[in-house]
Design a protein around this ligand. Structure first.
Ligand code: ASP
Length: 435
């Protein structure tokens, strides 16, 4: 059997839902369990409605119209989604109150509860034996960290028990679970991929397919490199490196259960089902390419910290990173010598508070409007001379490199360049590696 997960952009309209239903129907021989996100944009609309409550407003119009128009266009019965009324009373009951994370999760749950019902009903109309289920009724349990709940291990056993013998096509809500008290929780934004991965692991699926709106993971951003191509296979480590740098197709955490159980995860495009997409495997499979992808993250800030006190001293780095921790500023890339540290951040929210404290211990220089270009590929690990062409190619094209860093896994090389040179750097490196 396989798990097929469809994200919000694949479920944005009646037309999209028809396409999804065709994709499911043509895979019935593989006995799919289907995991769905909310209809595109609905989770944001639900959060928006929740935020209106404190101002004394219940705003359901857009949400109602979005779902009802899909139902009308699919020629389904509007009474199918009584949840809309349930949602309205939940909102009414919380009018003027301060919204807790617990209530917020309950409000958000309506997105997936509605979409799963619509898709199952449409499939039934097409003659497919499909039934919608709430994941929490099938055994998906978490702790009580509302908004970002942690899975309870028992879920694997319970999901297996409830779903493995099911003969028809189960359409299961992504993103949702319940805690031990039976209260609804969510797995964090984008959590439906995680649901798919957990269900795939519980059922020992042959494959987990993540259907989205792009042709898998690309060798570069196609808006920057015209002839960027879909990467056929990626290792989990390569996928994880890329996820942080623009290729936000999958969050590494979400595919862990699949990787731990050695189940391939395939990223495919609902608009172009014939495209083979990208397969992510534990070991990455065989590949002739040393480099798989060149990604970029623009608008980052470099902080250069110099201090001769650092030479042969201990505790200096701890002090510096302690200050970043104190001001809750995540650090992305780091390079260090004996007397200086360069690091990058992509969020300047607390920078003004941090700087005076850093300046008490070292000389600090801030460089704004920079970009990280990252070259990723397992073929680079332990390969002699892998970095040389990167520097040569950038020098030939007059791209000044401000900082260099290589991760411990040796599968990536990160370079900081100026924002204005970011696109050029990606283009010339892509040309060098892929032509
Ligand atoms: N609907 C949720 C979100 O928009 C979960 C998901 O789609 O994965 O984040």
């Amino acid at each position: 059997m396989i798990v097929m997960k469809f994200g919000g952009t694949s479920l944005g309209s009646a037309e999209n839902i028809k396409d999804v239903s065709n994709i499911i129907s043509s895979n019935l021989d593989k006995h799919p369990v289907v995991v769905v996100s909310a209809v595109g944009g609905v989770t944001d609309l639900l959060l928006e409605s929740a935020s209106q409550l404190e101002n004394g407003k219940v705003d359901m119009d857009i949400l109602r119209e979005k779902h009802e128009s899909i139902i009308r266009e699919l020629d389904l019965d509007v009474n199918l989604i009584k949840e809309l009324d349930e949602l309205e009373s939940l909102l009414q009951n919380n009018l003027g109150k301060q919204i807790t994370l617990k209530v917020l999760d309950e409000i958000q749950s309506f997105g997936e509860r509605l979409s799963s019902k619509i898709i199952a009903a449409y499939l039934q109309k097409q003659g497919v034996d499909a039934i919608s289920f709430n994941a929490y009724d099938m055994g998906m349990q978490t702790d009580s960290t509302f908004g970002q709940a942690e899975l309870l291990e028992g879920s694997y056993r319970d999901l297996h028990e409830h779903l493995s013998g099911f003969q028809g096509v189960a359409i299961v809500t992504g993103f949702l679970a319940k805690n031990e008290k039976g209260e609804i929780t969510t797995l964090g934004r984008g959590g439906s991929d995680y649901t798919a991965s957990i269900i795939g692991a519980a059922l020992k699926a042959e494959e987990i397919q993540i259907w989205t709106d792009v042709n898998g993971v690309m060798s570069a951003d196609p808006r920057i490199v015209e002839n960027a191509h879909t990467i056929e296979t990626l290792s989990f480590d390569e996928a994880a490196e890329l996820a942080y740098f623009g290729a936000k197709v999958l969050h590494p955490k979400t595919i862990h259960p699949a990787i731990d159980h050695e189940i391939p995860v395939v990223v495919k495009n609902t608009m172009e089902p014939a495209n083979i997409g990208t397969k992510i495997l534990n070991n990455g499979g065989e590949s002739k390419d040393i480099v798989k992808s060149i990604s970029v993250k623009k608008n980052i800030t470099v902080i250069n910290i110099d201090s001769t006190k650092m030479l042969a001293a201990y505790g200096f780095l701890a002090k510096i990173f302690g200050l970043f921790d104190k001001h809750q500023i995540p650090v992305d890339m780091v390079a260090t010598s004996e007397v200086s540290v360069s690091l990058t951040i992509d969020n300047e929210d607390h920078l003004e508070e941090l700087l005076p404290e850093l300046e008490e211990v070292a000389q600090v220089k801030v460089e704004k409007d920079m970009a990280i270009v990252i070259v990723v590929g397992e073929g680079m690990a332990k390969k002699i001379g892998k970095a040389a062409p990167i520097f040569d190619v950038l020098a030939e094209n007059s791209v000044h490199i401000h900082m260099v860093s290589q991760g411990a896994s040796e599968i990536n090389i990160g370079l900081v360049v100026e924002n204005v040179n970011a696109e050029k750097a990606v283009q010339v490196l892509h040309k060098h590696y892929f032509g």
